[in-house]
Design a protein around this ligand. Structure first.
Ligand code: ASP
Length: 342
């Protein structure tokens, strides 16, 4: 008889496991054991499910890189014992956490699926059950004794996405995430349809590695018409700043004022890594397409291509934490490491 597939649920917090305080109506995290008892359907799944919870479950707005390291450490510690991992967390920063984990976990050959919900598990109209149950089913999929999914994903409202391609786009709808630059890896309807052609596959014999140093000396500067030199300089002059996501318009365009170009040039000469990432949720930076990006190209800003902001900021943290040399930083950033770039 073949061995039952085993899945580890890692509960970090979020609406999925929250209860309402009365009479205020405020949502707060509760004990994870109660979450499992709220879903008797879990016992019908044909896999063995075990769970582990953060001691203090959090609203994901309170999460930072130290919590990503905790998730990575749990997965590292249990990697050999389980066939797949489902991480439950709040949706607010889920695209950041799951993008970060995609970099921190190198050469994955097992699924790591992030999910959560917009309504608490105990709510009559909750989206939590479907999200959780399907995430577990997807994490448990095997073919020829190998996991079908071998990367970090995000599952929400009938769609499985590559995590580092996602963005939260809605605070109200059950369909809270999108991945405009890469197709869904799987869709759940009457049948579970896996888009095999889009899946990442771990090359055999490559050893699983966990990277736990994320350097937070990074920032995001989002352009808006009328931003001042003082504002930009305030950011560029942050002590010890090492990486900046420069969120530009459209296909990577920015104003052409001399002061802007000279401030950027000065910062780059001082060793700052500046990545050109578009503010649009879909499409790509194409430096040189318009005259408003030609100078940025000449300044050798790092080309963010079609990377999301969430993926870019966490990739900066990861590469800075990995001690990549200054010389090769740009080339490595512009290389797709975990399928985050087209
Ligand atoms: N504020 C919550 C969180 O991110 C929202 C959610 O669970 O989706 O933790």
């Amino acid at each position: 008889m073949s061995k039952k597939v085993s899945i580890l649920l890692i509960y970090t917090g979020g609406t999925i496991g929250m209860v309402k305080d009365y009479p205020s109506g405020t949502l707060r995290a509760f004990d994870f054991n109660k979450l499992v008892s709220n879903i008797p359907e879990l016992s019908q799944l044909e896999c063995k499910i075990e769970s582990i919870s953060f001691k203090k479950p959090l609203d994901s707005s309170n999460m930072n890189p130290s919590h990503w390291v905790s998730i990575a450490t749990i997965i590292e510690k249990h990697y050999d014992r389980y066939d797949g991992f489902v991480v439950l967390q709040g949706s607010d920063t889920m695209s950041y956490s799951s993008s970060a984990l995609s970099y921190m976990l190198e050469n994955l050959s097992k699924p790591v699926i992030f999910t959560g919900s917009q309504l608490p598990i105990g709510d009559l109209r909750t989206d939590a059950k479907e999200n959780l149950i399907t995430s577990i089913q997807i994490a448990a999929l095997q073919e020829n004794n190998q996991a079908v999914i071998q990367e970090v994903c995000l599952y929400f409202e009938y769609k499985l996405y590559r995590a580092n391609r996602t963005t939260k786009i809605n605070a109200e709808h059950f369909e809270a995430f999108t991945s405009l630059n890469f197709p869904a890896l799987a869709e759940s309807g009457v049948h579970l349809k896996i888009n095999q052609n889009y899946l990442l596959k771990n090359q055999k014999n490559k050893k699983f590695r966990v990277h736990k140093i994320m350097d937070s000396n990074v920032a995001i500067f989002k352009l808006f018409p009328g931003f001042s030199r003082e504002l930009l300089q305030g950011i560029l002059n942050i002590p010890n700043l090492k990486g900046l996501v420069f969120e530009t318009y459209g296909a990577g365009n920015a104003p052409t004022d001399d002061w802007l170009l000279s401030d950027l040039k000065g910062a780059i000469n001082n060793g700052l890594h500046i990545v050109n990432v578009t503010q649009c949720s879909g499409g790509s930076v194409i430096m040189g397409r318009y005259s408003t990006s030609e100078e940025l190209k000449k300044l050798q800003l790092i080309d963010g291509g079609d990377i999301t902001t969430e993926s870019a900021i966490t990739k900066l943290m990861y590469l800075l934490g990995s001690g990549v040399s200054h010389k090769s930083f740009r080339t490595i950033f512009e290389t797709s490491l975990r399928g985050e770039l087209t």
